[in-house]
Every structure is written in structure tokens, then in C-alpha cells.
Design a protein around this ligand. Structure first.
Ligand SMILES: CC(C)(COP(=O)(O)OP(=O)(O)OC[C@H]1O[C@@H](n2cnc3c(N)ncnc32)[C@H](O)[C@@H]1OP(=O)(O)O)[C@@H](O)C(=O)NCCC(=O)NCCS
Length: 176
């Protein structure tokens, strides 16, 4: 079903711009989207502008997921440095009205098929997902990531320590 829904719309990824602010607010102010994320739901446009200006735009790999060049979500690859530079962390969010159409799976596959060529030093793309965030775990499984296990009490999210599932794709896994 998801793949069929996608046939009618073309997903593209591009860097975020300040002019995306109103679209960004659509997901950033939505508790349903932020529920399993480390960030708190945005309550003001100024807060979002600050994030775009100081974090998202300067970020080394922050892309918006677009339909017809209109931002409907975001996907990020955050690098590490020093002896951790072989790995980078994947993250993504999608505006609620677009959930369940295969869009993030498609976006993750696009990133997975290009990032190891773009960053030649990169050997491992990893993602940490709350144990209860079944939709996100399914996205990674569908995109070919390996479920490696559960890190117990791995992070404080919204004031409580949470178990997280770790997924990875390594450069030698690539069959795409
Ligand atoms: C998680 C999220 C990114 C998924 O994006 P999406 O485009 O809706 O995902 P897809 O449509 O590509 O795939 C979702 C899959 O999860 C499944 N799914 C969704 N909710 C589920 C649940 N509660 N239990 C089990 N499976 C679930 C869907 O059925 C689908 O699998 P299928 O194709 O086998 O039917 C989106 O819901 C989101 O933005 N959530 C809030 C932010 C977030 O959690 N980000 C990830 C932080 S690690």
C-alpha cells in the first residue's frame, strides 16, 4: 500500500532554508510528532527561527523531506569526530498528516544509498529508537538496517530514562 501511495508523489531531499519556517512549524509544534523525540514541542515561531538559524542551517547534513519542493519533514545525519568519525547518527521526523504512506522509508533509503559515497570516511550509519516507537523501528527494518539490540536506560527523554533499540547499516551491507 505504501509503495502505491508513493507512485503519485515524488519525494525529494534538500537543505533547509529560513523560508521553510511555516512548514517546519507544522511538525515542530505537534505533540504527536515530538512524543518519541528528544526535543520538546515548539511553542513559538521565534523558537523555531532560532533553531533553523543556529542549528539546522549550519548542521553538516540536515535535509528537508519534500513533496513538490514543499517541506513535510526532515532527515539528518549527524557526524562524529576523532575515533568516532567512522559512524554517524540518523534522525527523521514527518508531519503527522503524511504518516503511513512509506515516505520516511523512501527518504531513509535515499540517504542510505548516497551517504557512504558522499562521506568516504563513513562506515556506519546508526539510529537509536525508543522501544515503544514501533513505526520508526519498522521504517529502519524496511530500509535494510540491522536491529542490533536494546540499550537499556540509554537516554533521558522528557525527564525519564528510556530503553532504546539500536539499528545500523554499515558500508559493506550495501546491496542498493
Ligand atoms: C516514525 C515516522 C518517522 C514514520 O514515518 P512514515 O513515513 O509514516 O513511515 P512509513 O510509512 O515509511 O513506515 C511506517 C511503518 O511502520 C508501521 N507502523 C506505524 N505505526 C506502528 C505501530 N504503532 N506498530 C507497528 N507498526 C507501526 C506502518 O504500518 C509501516 O509499516 P508497513 O509499511 O510494514 O505497514 C513518523 O511516524 C514520525 O515522524 N514520527 C514522529 C517522529 C519520530 O518518531 N521520529 C523517529 C525518532 S527515532
Amino acid at each position: 500500500m505504501a509503495e502505491n501511495s508513493l507512485q503519485s508523489c515524488k519525494i525529494t531531499l534538500r537543505p533547509i532554508q529560513l523560508s521553510d519556517i511555516d512548514d517546519f512549524m507544522l511538525w515542530a509544534k505537534d505533540d504527536r510528532v515530538s512524543h518519541y523525540c528528544m526535543w520538546e514541542t515548539y511553542t513559538s515561531r521565534d523558537q523555531a527561527l532560532d533553531f533553523l538559524t543556529n542549528i539546522a542551517i549550519p548542521h553538516p547534513w540536515f535535509r528537508v523531506i519534500c513533496i513538490d519542493n514543499r517541506a513535510i519533514g526532515s532527515i539528518t545525519v549527524t557526524p562524529n569526530s576523532g575515533n568516532d568519525r567512522c559512524r554517524a547518527e540518523l534522525g527523521y521526523v514527518l508531519a503527522y498528516e503524511h504518516w503511513g504512506k512509506g515516505i520516511v522509508t523512501k527518504a531513509v533509503k535515499m540517504v542510505a544509498s548516497s551517504i557512504f559515497n558522499e562521506w568516504k570516511h563513513l562506515e556506519r550509519l546508526e539510529a537509536f529508537v525508543d522501544v515503544d516507537n514501533k513505526g520508526s523501528q519498522r521504517v529502519l527494518e524496511k530500509a535494510g538496517f540491522v536491529r542490533e539490540g536494546v540499550f537499556r536506560k540509554h537516554v533521558i527523554m522528557k525527564g525519564k530514562s528510556r530503553d532504546r533499540v539500536v539499528f545500523s547499516l554499515v558500508s559493506s551491507d550495501q546491496s542498493f
